[in-house]
Design a protein around this ligand. Structure first.
Ligand SMILES: Cc1cc2nc3c(=O)[nH]c(=O)nc-3n(C[C@H](O)[C@H](O)[C@H](O)COP(=O)(O)OP(=O)(O)OC[C@H]3O[C@@H](n4cnc5c(N)ncnc54)[C@H](O)[C@@H]3O)c2cc1C
Length: 587
C-alpha cells in the first residue's frame, strides 16, 4: 500500500500517511484513534527529567534577559547543560545518552521553552537536527565514534545546510566536496545562519559531490579539521542568546569514513532529518504558549480598568480562550506526530509539516495576543512579553518556512490522487484496446470516487467519539470528502500546472491542516475519561470551538477556490513589484 488510500489492508497500515489519505476523503481511524498516551515507565523517566529542568531553569528570568542583551549564553551555563545530560536526550543509553522517545524529547523541549527559547534552541539544534543524521543514517563505527561525546555535550552539534544563495531552495547549495583519488573529499563552501555555529564542534554538512549539477551528499565534519572556522555571532531580533554564525569550510579534508549515509543521497537525508526533528520545534512552541497563557491570565486578572478587572471583558476572554484552544490543538498534533515517529511509522512527513506550521503559527498568535492583553506593559522590557514575541518570530521561518511547508503539504497530498487520475486518463486508449486492463482502472477510479461521494467504505469516526462530539466528528467527515472533491476538481482543471497555482495550494494546505489537527483534537478528547468533570467538559468545549472555527475556515477556503480575486491580487502585486513602492499616496 503506497498510495495512501487504504482499503482493508491493515498489514500495510504503518506505510499509510493519514494526512495524505484525507485527499482521498479517507479518515484512517486506526492511525488517529486511540490518542497516544505515554506508558508509565516512560512517564517516570520523563517526569524526572522535567523536574530537573524545572529546578535548573526556574527563577532565572533575569539571567535569560541579560543573555538576550549580550547575545550569548555563558560557558558555565553550557557546562551545566552538559552536566544535566540535556545534550544526550535522544541518544540511546548504550552510547551514554538518556534515550528518550521522540514524544518525550519534544515534551522536554516544551518544558525548557516555558522558561527560555534560546535554551531550547541550543539543545534542540544539537539533538533535533545537528546529530540526528548519525542516529538515522550513521554507520555503527560513526555511532561508536561520535555518539558518546555528543551525549555528554563534549561535542555540540550543528546542522549546516543554508547558504547565502540557498535558503528554501535547499537543493541549490553550492558548497562542494571533490573526491580525492586516494579516497575522501576536499570540502569548500560557506554556510550561513547556523545555530550552534559558534559553540559547535560537530557539523552535519551538506555539499555537492559531483560537480555543479551533481547531487548532494552529507558529511560529518569536526571543528578540529583544518580549514573549518566560524564567523562572528549574528546580531538577531530574537533567540539572541543562542549562537548563530556562518561556518566556513576552506579546503577541508574529509576522511572517506565521514560520509553520512549514501553518496548522492544528501537531499533525502536533509529532509529526513528535518522531518524527524519537527516535534522538537513543535514542543518548543507548545511550551511558549503555556507560558503566554499563564502570564496573560494573571495579568488580565490583576489589571483593573473601568473599575473592573480586564479579565471580565469579552474581548479579553475571547483572546484567552483562543490561546487555550490553539495550545491544546498544537499539543495534540505534536504528540500525534511524535507517536508516529516512535512507533516506526514510515510516512509521516506531511503530518510533521502540518504540526510545524500549526504549532509555530499558533505560538505567534499566542505571543501577539498575550502582549496585546498586557498592552503598554507588554511593550516594556521590564515584562517578558516582548522577549517572548521576539523569540517566537523565528518559528515560522527556520526548519522550513510556513510557505514552503504549505506547498509541501498540498503537493504531497495531491500526488496520489493525481497519479490515479493520470493513470485513468492515459489508459483512455486501453479502455478500448485492452478492455480488461481499462475496465480495472475505470472501476478502481469509479470505486474511489463513489467512496468519496457517499463515504461508503470510508471508516466512520462518529462511532469513535462520545455523543457530545458527534457533531464535531461529522464536520471532519464531511470536509475530508469536500477536500477529496476539490482535489479532483483542481487536478482535472490544472493537471501538472497545479504546482504553480499557489493561491489554490495554500487554501488546500489550510483545509488539510484544519482537518488533521482537528482530528487529533477529537481523538485526544475522546481518550479522556468522560467523567463529567469540569476538566473533561472544558476539553469538550475546546473540541467544539476548534471544530466550529475550522468548519468556517474550511468552508471559506473551499468556496474561495471557485470564486476569488486571485487574478486581481496577482496583478496588484506585480504592479507594486514593478514600482517597488506603494503607488497611491495621498497628500
Ligand atoms: C536564527 C536562524 C537560525 C537558523 N539556523 C539554521 C541552521 O541551524 N541550519 C541551517 O541550515 N539553516 C538555518 N537557518 C536558515 C533557515 O532555515 C532559512 O532562513 C530558511 O530556510 C528560509 O530561507 P531564507 O531565509 O533564505 O528565505 P528564502 O528562501 O529567501 O525565502 C524568502 C521568502 O520567500 C518565501 N518563498 C521561498 N520560496 C518560495 C516558493 N517556492 N513559493 C512561495 N514562497 C516562497 C519564503 O517562505 C520566505 O517567506 C537559520 C535561520 C535563522 C534566521
Amino acid at each position: 500500500m503506497n498510495d495512501n488510500n487504504p482499503g482493508t489492508d491493515t498489514e500495510a497500515i504503518s506505510d499509510v500517511s493519514p494526512a495524505k489519505a484525507l485527499f482521498y476523503g479517507n479518515i484512517v481511524k486506526p492511525l488517529i484513534w486511540p490518542f497516544p498516551l505515554s506508558n508509565p515507565e516512560t512517564e517516570e523517566m520523563l517526569q524526572m527529567v522535567l523536574d530537573s529542568v524545572d529546578r535548573f531553569l526556574e527563577g532565572r528570568e533575569d539571567e535569560f534577559r541579560k543573555w538576550d542583551e549580550i547575545g550569548a549564553q555563558p560557558e558555565d551555563f553550557i557546562q551545566d547543560l552538559r552536566e544535566l545530560g540535556l545534550f544526550g536526550l535522544i541518544i540511546p543509553e548504550e552510547y551514554g545518552g538518556i534515550g528518550l522517545s521522540n514524544s518525550a524529547y519534544s515534551r522536554v523541549l516544551q518544558q525548557c521553552s516555558r522558561y527560555d527559547s534560546s535554551v531550547s534552541l541550543t539543545i534542540g539544534a544539537h539533538s533535533s537536527i545537528g546529530l540526528k543524521g548519525v542516529l538515522l543514517f550513521g554507520t555503527d563505527a560513526q555511532k561508536q565514534k561520535y555518539l558518546p561525546d555528543l551525549a555528554s555535550g563534549d561535542k555540540i552539534a550543528a546542522f549546516c545546510l543554508t547558504e547565502a544563495g540557498s535558503g528554501s531552495d535547499a537543493a541549490s547549495i553550492k558548497a562542494n566536496a571533490v573526491k580525492k583519488p586516494g579516497g575522501g573529499w576536499i570540502l569548500n563552501g560557506e554556510k550561513i545562519w547556523i545555530t550552534n555555529g559558534g559553540i559547535g564542534n560537530f557539523f552535519t554538512v551538506f555539499a555537492r559531490t559531483d560537480g555543479d549539477s551533481g547531487k548532494l551528499s552529507a558529511f560529518i565534519i569536526e571543528r578540529d579539521f583544518a580549514g573549518v572556522s566560524s564567523g562572528p555571532k549574528e546580531d538577531k531580533l530574537g533567540i539572541r542568546a543562542s549562537s548563530t554564525t556562518t561556518v566556513n569550510f576552506s579546503d577541508v579534508e574529509i576522511p572517506e569514513e565521514n560520509l553520512l549515509g549514501a553518496e548522492g543521497k544528501g537531499f533525502m537525508i536533509a529532509m529526513a532529518i528535518l522531518n524527524n526533528g519537527r516535534t522538537g520545534l513543535g514542543g518548543g512552541s507548545v511550551g511558549g504558549m503555556k507560558t503566554c497563557i499563564a502570564l496573560a491570565a494573571k495579568q488580565a486578572k490583576e489589571r483593573k480598568q473601568f473599575g473592573q478587572s480586564i479579565s471580565e471583558f469579552g474581548m479579553i476572554k475571547q483572546k484567552i480562550s483562543a490561546m487555550t484552544v490553539d495550545c491544546f490543538a498544537a499539543e495534540s498534533v505534536v504528540r500525534m506526530v511524535g507517536h508516529y515517529i516512535d512507533s516506526g511509522h514510515s510516512d509521516y512527513s506531511v503530518e510533521a509539516a502540518i504540526s510545524k506550521v500549526f504549532a509555530s503559527e499558533a505560538m505567534s498568535r499566542t505571543a501577539n495576543e498575550a502582549l496585546q492583553i498586557a498592552a503598554g506593559n507588554g511593550y516594556m522590557k521590564e515584562f517578558p512579553y516582548e522577549l517572548i514575541m521576539r523569540d517566537s518570530r523565528i518559528l515560522t521561518i527556520f526548519e522550513g518556512t510556513s510557505e514552503i511547508l504549505r506547498l509541501f503539504i498540498a503537493l504531497s497530498g495531491m500526488k496520489g490522487p493525481g497519479t490515479l487520475l493520470r493513470d485513468l486518463q492515459s489508459a483512455a486508449d486501453d479502455i478500448f484496446n485492452n478492455p480488461i486492463k481499462g475496465f480495472g482502472l475505470m472501476s478502481d477510479y469509479a470505486g474511489r470516487k463513489i467512496t468519496q461521494i457517499t463515504s461508503l467504505g470510508n471508516e466512520r469516526i462518529v462511532g469513535a467519539v462520545s455523543d457530545e462530539l458527534r457533531d464535531d466528528a461529522l464536520i471532519f467527515e464531511k470536509y475530508s470528502l469536500e477536500l477529496a472533491r476539490m482535489t479532483d476538481v483542481l487536478l482535472r482543471r490544472h493537471g501538472k500546472a497545479i504546482a504553480n497555482r499557489q493561491f489554490a495550494l495554500k487554501r488546500i494546505a489550510d483545509v488539510v491542516i484544519d482537518l488533521f489537527v482537528g482530528l487529533t483534537v477529537l481523538s485526544r478528547v475522546s481518550s479522556m475519561d468522560a467523567d463529567g468533570s469540569d476538566q473533561y467538559q472544558q476539553a469538550v468545549s475546546i473540541a467544539h470551538i476548534f471544530s466550529q472555527k475550522a468548519k468556517r475556515r474550511m468552508n471559506q477556503n473551499l468556496r474561495a477556490m471557485l470564486r476569488n480575486e486571485d487574478e486581481s491580487a496577482k496583478s496588484l502585486a506585480d504592479a507594486v513589484f514593478e514600482a517597488e513602492s506603494y503607488l497611491w499616496d495621498v497628500l
